[in-house]
Design a protein around this ligand. Structure first.
Ligand SMILES: [Zn+2]
Length: 136
């Protein structure tokens, strides 16, 4: 039979430790904002690299495989999704999970092809101007 007293004590100890750790992290973050930023940036980078690997590692249009690869939402509602999920770290982990589960909503595009797609699909005044600028 489970000893409830012991269990409670154990639980209390764990939650205290958790609270302490949480506080410590919070304090650390306040005192070293640049380190926290660096940490977030690295985590973000790692997630992005994982997604890129899952998606084949190169631009689906021109075959480019370098640092300018971007994760493109095929149906163009990436901005909507981003708005819904807030910070981009969370956003990337959602994408990662979705692709792992077999989602075909995402593809890799290099910055160049991505811009061409954006400009072609959204004929905003700026977009049209930009295309004119490119075609000059
Ligand atoms: Zn490309």
């Amino acid at each position: 039979m489970r000893n409830t007293k012991e269990y409670n004590r154990q639980y209390e100890r764990t939650s205290k430790r958790k609270a302490y750790k949480k506080n410590y992290r919070k304090k650390y973050g306040v005192e070293h904002p640049e380190k926290m930023r660096e940490k977030w940036r690295k985590r973000h980078q790692r997630r992005k690299e994982k997604i890129i690997k899952l998606l084949g590692g190169k631009c689906v249009i021109c075959g480019y495989s370098g640092p300018a690869l971007q994760i493109d939402h095929i149906n163009n509602d990436g901005a909507e999704e981003r708005k819904k999920h807030g910070n981009s770290n969370g956003y990337y982990s959602i994408i990662y999970k979705k692709i792992k589960e077999g989602s075909k909503d995402y593809q890799l595009l290099c910055a160049n092809c991505n811009w061409e797609k954006i400009l072609a699909k959204k004929p905003s005044p700026q977009g049209t101007e930009a295309i004119k600028e490119i075609k000059k």
